[in-house]
Write a protein that binds this ligand. Structure first.
Ligand SMILES: [Zn+2]
Length: 126
C-alpha cells in the first residue's frame, strides 16, 4: 500500500499530510489515518538527525559553567573533566596536594573570563 492508495475512513479523501511514523492527517477533514511505513531512508535520516542533536547538546560546553567549576573546584581539575580534557584533569588531581593546580586554575579562570564566548566555542565546542 502506498500513500496514494490510502483512503480517509471518515470522508474518503485521498490526500494526506505526513505527521510522523505511520500517522497521516487527512487534508480534507483533518482525521488521523494510520498509513504505511514511510521510506526507510527517510526514517533513518530522521533518526540520524535526532541523535546528532542529542550528541551536540550533551557535549556542549558552557563557558559560565566552566568558569564556576574552574573557580571553585579548579584545584582538583573539575573544569578540565568538564571541558573533556580528562588527562589534564587527572594530573590536577594527582598534584592537588602541591597546590600548584590551584594557582594554574586561577590563571585559567582569568584567561577564560577575559576571552570571548566565540573564542571559548572555537576552543571547546568545535
Ligand atoms: Zn478525511
Amino acid at each position: 500500500m502506498t500513500q496514494q492508495e490510502m483512503k480517509c475512513p471518515t470522508c474518503g479523501g485521498d490526500k494526506f499530510r505526513h505527521k510522523g511514523g505511520t500517522t497521516y492527517r487527512c487534508v480534507y477533514c483533518g482525521g488521523t489515518v494510520i498509513g504505511p511505513e514511510p521510506q526507510r531512508s527517510a526514517v533513518a535520516s530522521e533518526r540520524d538527525r535526532v541523535s546528532q542533536q542529542d550528541t551536540s547538546r550533551r557535549s556542549y560546553k558552557d563557558k559560565t559553567t566552566a568558569l564556576i567549576l574552574c573557580l571553585f573546584l579548579g584545584g582538583i581539575g573539575v573544569h578540565k573533566f568538564y571541558l573533556g580534557q580528562t588527562a589534564l584533569g587527572v594530573l590536577y588531581l594527582l598534584f592537588f596536594w602541591t597546590q600548584i593546580p590551584i594557582i594554574i586554575s586561577l590563571i585559567e579562570f582569568i584567561v577564560m573570563a577575559v576571552s570571548s564566548n566565540e573564542e571559548f566555542d572555537r576552543k571547546y565546542n568545535s
